[in-house]
Design a protein around this ligand. Structure first.
Ligand code: ADP
Ligand code: MG
Length: 240
């Protein structure tokens, strides 16, 4: 028996009901995502990218079909188990960082631990370690307003890692960054994948695709193409 994939989607259909009509956002998606892979999902607006990311992160359930995480069905979990899955297995990274403005960088990183019942003080050493990992150890006490966009996204990456989730989902993580800063975030995501995690990123940025191992194109809720990419600047990542 082969090892179970990090994620395995089988015949996924997702329909939304709008004003008595049904909109099919995903239309028969089959997909395996392995540990160690940095995957990007591209496609025109309305092609189903966000819907896909929501299903991968158990933010929503498919209308039909199966989503297995390491062999375990997550598509039909009840709300409580879905949120448990999200808290412990998934790190989310957003275009606009979603940091809390009144908290310092390290406190923002520690937030998922607080939500899980760990006190701030106990979460601090790990938060500082992760800020160091993303190259921000000097900025631990800074508020988001005192950080650049790239630095804010690094804080958000550290926050996504604090529960040690094997799956990282990123929605346009470079959408609000200049290309050089974006590249450094993409290299960081590549390193996180290379550590044995799965990173899945939705992007409009064709330049971002070069930093991935794989690019999936969605078209009208179907997989249009699924290609291996030779990752750019892995050597840069090792040198940096
Ligand atoms: P993308 O992220 O690629 O732009 P989406 O996944 O957001 O695409 O949307 C796919 C399709 O599903 C679109 O036709 C969109 O209008 C529809 N859709 C997405 N979310 C909802 C929702 N919450 N309710 C109704 N329709 C939705
Ligand atoms: Mg979208």
């Amino acid at each position: 028996m082969p090892d179970p994939a990090m994620l395995e989607l089988t015949e996924i259909i997702k329909e939304y009901q709008v004003g008595g009509q049904s909109v099919r956002a995903l239309d028969g998606v089959n997909l395996r995502i392995e540990p160690g892979e940095f995957t990007s999902i591209i496609g025109p607006s309305g092609s189903g990218k966000s819907t896909m990311l929501h299903l991968l992160g158990a933010l929503d359930s498919p209308t039909s079909g199966s989503i297995r995480f390491r062999g375990e069905e997550i598509g039909s979990l009840d709300d409580e188990r879905q949120s448990e899955f999200r808290r412990h297995r998934v790190g989310f990274i957003f275009q606009f960082f979603n940091l809390l403005p009144t908290l310092s960088a390290w406190e923002n990183v520690a937030i998922p631990k607080l939500l899980d019942g760990t006190g701030l003080r106990r979460a601090k050493p790990r938060a500082l370690e992760l800020l160091d990992r993303v190259g921000l150890s000097e900025r631990a006490e800074h508020r988001p307003s005192e950080l650049s966009g790239g630095q804010m996204q690094r804080v958000a990456v550290a926050r996504a890692l604090i529960m040690d989730p094997p799956l990282i989902l990123a929605d346009e993580p470079t959408g609000n960054l200049d290309s050089k800063t974006g590249a450094s975030i993409l290299r960081l995501l590549g390193e996180i994948a290379a550590d044995g995690n799965s990173v899945v990123m939705v992007t409009h940025d064709m330049g971002a695709v070069e930093y991935c191992d794989r690019v999936i194109t969605l078209r009208d809720g179907k997989i249009g193409s699924d290609d291996a990419v030779t990752r750019k600047s892995h050597d840069d990542a090792v040198r940096a």
